[in-house]
Design a protein around this ligand. Structure first.
Ligand code: CA2
Length: 145
């Protein structure tokens, strides 16, 4: 069985640390990968980080995860609130799924309050900054151990 946790990121998250630091902080996706890897390696797991601005590419990465990953940590960005296609893809994945949002989406506009992904996720973290990814990775390791 795979010991790799896939950390999936949706649109605009490539700009993390480069724009809107008042909402998303000043850490980058490289920092996300580093803190998740630290959590995973302490527990005998690995991580692989993926980001795309295209819905279909995220769907295809979830399909690859079916064979290559033991768990998925996903911040689908704005697709969280719109994408039945990503939900359907996650429903084909057999391992645990954890949903992460850097900001507290419930404190923001009402269109961010609904998530298609939450009904598939074992757990949801919002508003913990990039630490949410590390916490979700840690939880993925513990449910798999
Ligand atoms: O809080 C989150 O993590 C979000 O998933 C981020 C999405 C937003 O649409 C969700 O409602 C909540 C937006 C990602 C945009 O990422 C940026 C990062 C830095 C600079 C600009 C955009």
């Amino acid at each position: 069985m795979s010991k790799t946790i896939h950390i999936l990121n949706g649109p605009n998250l490539n700009l993390l640390g480069k724009r809107q630091p008042e909402i998303y902080g000043s850490d980058t996706l490289e920092d996300v990968e580093r803190i998740c890897r630290e959590e995973a390696q302490l527990r005998g797991f690995e991580v692989e980080l993926f980001q795309s601005n295209f819905e279909g590419e995220i769907v295809e990465q979830i399909h690859r995860a079916r064979d290559a990953a033991c768990a998925i940590v996903i911040n689908a960005g704005a697709y969280t609130h719109t994408s039945v296609a990503i939900l359907d893809a996650l429903n084909t994945f057999e391992g645990p799924v954890f949903e992460v949002h850097i900001s507290n989406v419930h404190k923001r506009e009402s269109f961010r309050h609904h998530s298609f992904i939450s009904q598939r996720a074992e757990g949801v973290l919002a508003g913990f900054g990039i630490e949410g990814y590390a916490l979700a990775t840690r939880r993925a390791c513990s449910v798999l151990s």
